[in-house]
Design a protein around this ligand. Structure first.
Ligand code: HEC
Length: 124
């Protein structure tokens, strides 16, 4: 573990009685740092190449106010359920054709589950 955020997550887990999968979260933090951080902040209102993904699970797509989404994303009518995130993170261009997330996708289902659980966790 190299990041302070991941350290916080792990410390929290040690004292937490929540029914969380520690291994998933740890893997999720790593996926975020390896594959998402370049374009996505987890701070509310802070956009990079992509919009902030703070609180993304359960939110309607394309709703970060000051971010310039693709038309495809604006018209997608997606609500980011875990299922929808699964599909999008597996194959962004298939899930939202014409979207502008230039990311090859996560083929490993454990990585997808990990990042989704992590995104939920850090937004609570
Ligand atoms: C190379 C930059 C880049 C990378 C890497 C990237 N994204 Fe994105 N992401 C974007 C862009 C750009 C958009 C906006 C897409 C659009 O408007 O079509 C986006 C959109 C999204 C959305 C929809 C946001 C919303 O408000 O509706 C989610 C969820 C998302 N990305 C998650 C992720 C996750 C999780 C990862 C890591 C596994 C990741 N992205 C990696 C650039 C990236």
């Amino acid at each position: 573990m190299t990041t302070p955020l991941a350290t916080v997550v792990l410390s929290f887990l040690m004292i937490s009685s929540f029914n969380l999968h520690a291994a998933d979260l740890k893997a999720g933090a790593k996926v975020y740092n390896d594959a998402c951080i370049e374009c996505h902040s987890l701070k509310e209102g802070k956009n990079r190449k992509g919009p902030s993904i703070y609180g993304i699970v359960g939110r309607k797509a394309a709703t970060v106010a000051d971010y310039d989404y693709s038309e495809a994303m604006k018209k997608s009518n997606i609500v980011w359920s875990e299922q929808k995130l699964e599909e999008y993170l597996l194959a962004p261009e298939k899930s939202v054709p014409g979207g502008k997330m230039k990311f090859e996708g996560l083929s490993d289902p454990e990585k997808r589950q990990g990042i989704i659980q992590y995104l939920k966790f850090v937004s609570e």
